[in-house]
Design a protein. Sequence first.
Length: 369
Amino acid sequence: MTKSRIATIAAIIGVAASALTGCTAPGSGAPRATASPTPTPTPVSGELLGAGSTAQRAAVDAWTKRLAAAAPQARVTFDARGSDLGRQQFRAGAASFAGSDVPFTTAEIAAGGFAACAEGAELVEVPAYVSPIAIVFSLKGVASLRLTPKTLAGIFSGTITRWDDPAIAATNPKAALPSRAIVPVHRSDASGTTANFTDYLTQTAPDLWAPGSVSTWPAGSSGTAAEGSAGVAAAVQGTEGGIGYLDASAAQGLSTADISVGKDWVGPSASGARAALDAARIEQGRGPGDLATTVDRGTVARGAYPVLLIGYLIGCTRYAKPETAALVKALFSLAVSAEGQKAAAAVAGNAPISDELRTKAQNAIDLIG
């Protein structure tokens, strides 16, 4: 890492730490204090535990390594075993932050009970990891595929069961499709990737995909179950005729399908996911630090890839321990910074967020204190 990069991260950490002395929680009734013109940066230190998305694992690892380089006394551990488990651990107070590809619903937030947070605190949910979900397959003699949303819904609902089905042949006239059974591979664990993939099927083929947007794959379905993104990748790679969905960062070495978007065929790419995100909207009725976003997967701009996940970093506006707040604020600030987004993209291939969204995210993170 260059000295300039370390300096950039150190500056972020200094801002995060010094801001702790000048902020009050939203809704506390007390005015926000004016920051000192010349704050003295206090290096963050201590241990921080987060939990959540397997898709975000590589990105969070990149952020924590850079945080450690700038603040050697800070140690962040991330338990990547799925978005649902991450939200559960955060809610139970077993983790101080969550990395989740699905935000908390407004009903969940209204119910309260977030043990990680200090009493009266609000949630901070910021998009920090944007990635295409790749449709991967293993089929001898077939290097590329084109699949419509209805065909995908048919494959994963079990109504299209063989690779030479007319629906697949119609969009792949030059492919040597074998008369072989299709083996759909899905996540065995509750997953944000599953939630985003089934949301895509729900929005684009509701007549063929009945279960709706779910984070746990419907019971009784055909195919093979595998744990985590790495598990799905291994299962597809080891199964002739296999097809699955996973975060694109785990798709190396696997063939990926293009999907139809209007009259175009679009493959998984960071730029395509970014185009879809840029057309998304922040949900109404949430707190000032909550940037939960809704993606219209059926109507996207040309070149956009609508099978994407938006990974959130989730924390609290206030914690019982000031050092926890300082660490969370420093990590989140680093993650959404241009430097942090570039570092994540280098290892995970995700799409860096826009400058506009970065500003909104940092404003939300500034509420932590």
